[in-house]
Design a protein around this ligand. Structure first.
Ligand SMILES: [Cu+2]
Length: 123
């Protein structure tokens, strides 16, 4: 019985690695990484992988790592074909795989839209 259990766990580990590999390969060759952060203060930012603020992007695939550091703020990305929300009460990290099309995208904290917002023009 013990032997069987170990064997199943081993297969599970291999399957998990196999499942992660294609995503990593796709991220490095296709999707461009971005970083979204909201909170803990009244700040919301979208940056590239190097930490530079983003205001213009090319249309295409992006992987956005969102960190929501507050239960009174949310990171909400809205634009053509995209409507992603980290959740107001929710905190923590999310990874969004999105395709940005030509147009204007807005990232906003919904309770504080006048002071916590940004725009990205996608061409
Ligand atoms: Cu807010």
């Amino acid at each position: 019985m013990t032997k069987l259990t170990l064997r199943i766990a081993g297969i599970g580990a291999v399957a998990a690695v196999a499942a992660v590999l294609p995503l990593t390969a796709q991220a490095s060759t296709k999707a461009t990484p971005l970083v979204g952060t909201v909170g803990p203060g009244f700040t919301i930012t979208l940056t590239d992988a190097k930490g530079a603020k983003v205001s213009a992007l090319k249309a295409g695939a992006y992987t956005i790592k969102v960190t929501d550091l507050s239960d009174i703020h949310n990171f909400h990305l809205i634009g053509p074909g995209v409507n992603k929300d980290s959740g107001l009460v929710a905190k923590g990290k999310s990874v969004w795989n999105v395709t940005l099309a030509k147009g204007s995208y807005t990232f906003v904290c919904d309770p504080h839209p006048t002071i916590m917002k940004g725009k990205v023009a996608v061409a």
